[in-house]
Design a protein around this ligand. Structure first.
Ligand SMILES: *[C@@H]1O[C@H](CO)[C@@H](O)[C@H](O)[C@H]1NC(C)=O
Length: 525
């Protein structure tokens, strides 16, 4: 925890604007309590069990609040706001190490409309989420009987809180007190709190949620291992074939060198050597191409850094911190985008570098924001807590224009000046050579269309991933409704596209290094 706050302090010093991302804590900063100190139970969201992203404010269902009124709303971070976290004070009176016997905290006056709301929620398997001292707790709203005629509400929240010294390390919730929903009755909501000494260390208190048995998720170790071996095997195989072919080619080319000029078929080269005058010709559409490569390099570095940070900093222990960190890292790595995009564009002889910089800088943000904007409309229509507040949208726009764009400019200028010269191993012929006829399935790896080919063939992974997401939706989940469907497919499209751009950039970089290498090693006359 201290590590992550140190990281955040550094962030504030480096960039005041990023201060928007930092948590403003209303309470629980230290996670230590004195006896009888107030412990806040925050109500977060409620929503259908099968649609994890479709969430609403807890009090959008006609639940009643406890009598205690201190803090009414939690000041959320950017990451939380974007993920639809809506913390509201439950009104339950909980004090550190103070037992509470079953106590009624409020009564629901169940009129017809309220009953209808609860019945709808129970029919759709609504569950709610709460937080105590940053520990998440889940509970279900109610239950229907087998014939689906009678509906019951769980009215008794039995909290068992484990403490270790002056810290909270474990929370369990048991729902009891099933009450039938009959119109025009009053339903008493009650709670109890039991405190138990626990041996769990404060640092390990989130381990319970990582345990595969807790969410009943499985880590597919075998599949991971399988894919890993497959990749190693394929890489080995392909590089072996390439090495053999190249060695043969090199041998042939050097034998040719030794023959005197008379014996040689004048100017008649063969194999990949014959296109040496064309291979470093700029790709078609260099502006889009270099923007894609720049963005891909940026996504690659963001993924790498975020994965490393997630491993080092336990980002899952704080709400929304994964998203906040990702946005921060994305903004901070903008120079990478500018550098690779700008230098590639300069190498290809592009002149409209300001236009290239704008396109490169805003390609990914525009894609993500466009999708989010579209989904936001549906979220607002549904009154879902996923609807992004106006202030948050302004904050995101500010980050785009005042952090990402200037940093991108720095990267672009560096890239153009440091590595913007076309230092290719062989000259580019003035007149392009006609492209020989080829069948559509033959890869044009060493002709001068190789840039787009290498990019697109690596990026095609994204098509597979997006197609698999359809299979997953229909056969592995029980999601339903317009909101969840558009959320799922919208963000899967964003994810797949980003993955495609990243893989494409990696593919292009690899191919480019390979092509340079083979033409550096052969003597061109
Ligand atoms: C919560 O439940 C788990 C599993 O049943 C148990 O091991 C743990 O001691 C419980 N914690 C508290 C504070 O009651």
């Amino acid at each position: 925890m201290t590590g992550s706050s140190r990281w955040k302090v550094a962030a504030v010093v480096l960039m005041p604007l990023i201060g928007l991302l930092l948590p403003v804590r209303a309470d629980e900063h230290e996670h230590t309590y004195t006896d009888k100190e107030e412990v806040v139970l925050w109500m977060n969201t409620v929503g259908p069990y099968h649609n994890r992203q479709e969430t609403y404010k807890y009090f959008s269902l006609p639940f009643c609040e406890g009598t205690k009124k201190t803090i009414s709303h939690y000041h959320e971070t950017l990451g939380e706001a974007l993920q639809g976290v809506e913390l509201e004070f439950s009104g339950l009176d909980i004090k550190f190490k103070e037992e509470v016997m079953q106590t009624t905290y409020c009564e629901i006056d169940l009129n017809k409309a309220k009953r209808e709301a609860f019945v709808y929620a129970i029919k759709n398997h609504y569950w709610y989420q709460m937080y105590i001292d940053d520990l998440p707790i889940w509970g279900i709203v109610g239950e229907a009987d087998e014939n689906g005629e009678d509906y019951y509400l769980w009215t008794y929240k039995k909290l068992e809180i484990g403490f270790n010294g002056d810290r909270i390390v474990d929370v369990n919730l048991t729902s009891e007190g099933k009450v039938k929903l009959v119109p025009n009755t009053r339903i008493a909501m009650s709670y109890s709190v039991k405190w138990k000494k626990s041996d769990v260390k404060f640092e390990d208190r989130f381990d319970k949620y990582l345990d595969p048995s807790f969410f009943q998720h499985r880590i597919h170790w075998f599949s991971i291992f399988n894919s890993f071996m497959m990749v190693i095997f394929l890489v080995g195989l392909v590089s072996m074939i390439l090495m053999r072919t190249l060695r043969k080619d090199y041998a042939r080319y050097s034998k040719e060198e030794e023959m005197d000029d008379m014996d040689r078929d004048l100017g008649d080269e063969y194999g990949w050597k014959q296109v040496h005058g064309d291979v470093f010709r700029p790709s078609s559409h260099p502006l889009i191409f270099s923007s894609l490569i720049g963005s891909g390099c940026q996504i690659f570095s963001v993924s790498l850094i975020v994965i490393v940070l997630a491993m080092l900093e336990d980002l899952y222990t704080e709400r929304g911190s994964m998203l906040s960190t990702a946005i921060f890292v994305y903004a901070a790595t903008s120079p990478v985008n500018g550098y690779f995009g700008g230098s590639l564009y300069a190498k290809q002889g592009g002149r409209r570098w300001i236009k290239q910089m704008f396109i490169g800088a805003f390609l990914i943000p525009a894609m993500v924001c466009g999708t989010a904007f579209f989904i936001n409309f549906i979220a607002i229509y549904y009154h879902a807590s996923r609807a992004i507040p106006f202030g948050t949208m302004v904050a995101v726009c500010c980050i785009c224009f005042f952090v990402i764009l200037p940093l991108n400019l720095v990267g672009t200028i560096l890239g153009r000046n440091l590595s913007g010269q076309p230092n290719f191993p062989c000259r580019v012929n003035a007149v392009p050579r006609p492209i020989p006829e080829k069948k559509w399935y033959m890869p044009s790896i060493t002709y001068y269309r190789w840039q787009w080919t290498s990019f697109l063939s690596a990026a095609s992974t994204a098509v597979y991933v997006y197609m698999y997401s359809f299979y997953y939706y229909f056969f592995k989940t029980k999601m339903y409704g317009l909101f969840q469907t558009s959320f799922y497919f919208g963000y899967m499209a964003v994810f797949s596209t980003a993955l495609g751009i990243m893989c494409g950039a990696v593919g292009y970089m690899g191919t480019s290094a390979f092509v340079r290498k083979i033409y550096t090693n052969v003597k061109i006359d």
